[in-house]
Design a protein around this ligand. Structure first.
Ligand code: ADP
Length: 260
């Protein structure tokens, strides 16, 4: 009887071990599938600018160098594609750090409105180039000190406001709003731009997902901005949402914990 009990216990331990092994194998398999898909996406994304650069260089070699106007315009186009490659690579580095958990959060307490103002000032010129005005809506006398990684939240705000500029309409506006939600602050970046069709809304945070590829590319987008935003917000154990209506505009909102 005692033997039977020992057998039973050993059997249970082996079954638990096997189940655990299976779980690890499944995890590794889905991770390796993810990596494979990611690598596929990356090479696909890098191919377009490289292909363009090659085209401009070949045209210059074939016929363009004698004509200074022609060669200057081709060199400028090639340089633009180099910029795109750089943006993609920078964004990939950020994502890879976030995904491997190598990016530790440096949590401090700061006023989110001040950070918002800094970001607005930084992007004012870009917005003015497209005739877009930036508005600030802040509740008076409220506490908007949050506990978060200031630099990473700056990146989040820059990506959101920059998108609102890229996908805004001329003479449009972008509004920053802050809401006091008891233990948290809700931060919203709203624009009256081109908006996002309903069927695309659930995907805009996916890496390299673009509603309109050519618009994103002409605006210098890497297709990684919102994916970085989502990673950073989730690393803070918070959520980000989007509401949007085509031709009316989009509102991105996320929360942060209040300090103290
Ligand atoms: P991209 O570099 O293409 O801008 P993002 O990850 O930042 O990449 O955004 C993904 C896609 O979501 C964009 O290509 C665009 O189609 C859509 N999008 C993002 N922000 C907005 C916005 N404010 N208004 C309309 N569409 C947007």
């Amino acid at each position: 009887n005692a033997d039977a009990k020992i057998f039973e216990e050993v059997g249970e331990q082996v079954a638990a071990w096997a189940a655990n092994q299976q779980k690890e194998i499944d995890q590794l398999r889905s991770w390796s599938e993810y990596r494979r898909a990611f690598l596929g996406d990356i090479s696909h994304e890098l191919k377009t600018p490289i292909f363009n650069i090659q085209g401009y260089i070949e045209s210059l070699i074939d016929s363009g160098v004698e004509d200074p106007v022609f060669s200057l315009s081709f060199l400028k186009k090639a340089a633009k594609n180099v910029d795109r490659l750089q943006t993609i690579i920078q964004d990939l580095e950020t994502i890879s750090k976030l995904e491997t958990g190598n990016m530790l959060l440096e949590i401090t307490s700061f006023d989110i409105r001040e950070l918002g103002k800094e970001v607005f000032e930084e992007l004012e010129i870009k917005a003015a180039e497209r005739n877009i005005s930036l508005d600030f809506k802040e509740g008076a006398n409220q506490n908007f000190r949050v506990k978060a990684d200031r630099e990473k939240i700056r990146q989040v705000l820059i990506n959101l406001v920059h998108n609102s500029i890229k996908y805004g309409i001329p003479n449009g506006r972008i509004k920053f709003a802050f809401y006091d939600m008891d233990k948290r602050v809700l931060i919203e970046v709203a624009d009256n731009g081109i908006g996002i069709p309903k069927e695309h809304l659930a995907h805009v945070f996916d890496r390299f997902y673009r509603v309109d590829k050519s618009r994103s590319r002409t605006q210098g987008g890497s297709g990684l901005g919102l994916s970085i935003v989502k990673h950073i917000i989730e690393a803070h154990a918070q959520t980000i949402n989007v509401r949007s209506t085509p031709n009316l505009g989009s509102t991105f909102g996320f929360t942060l914990d209040k300090a103290g």
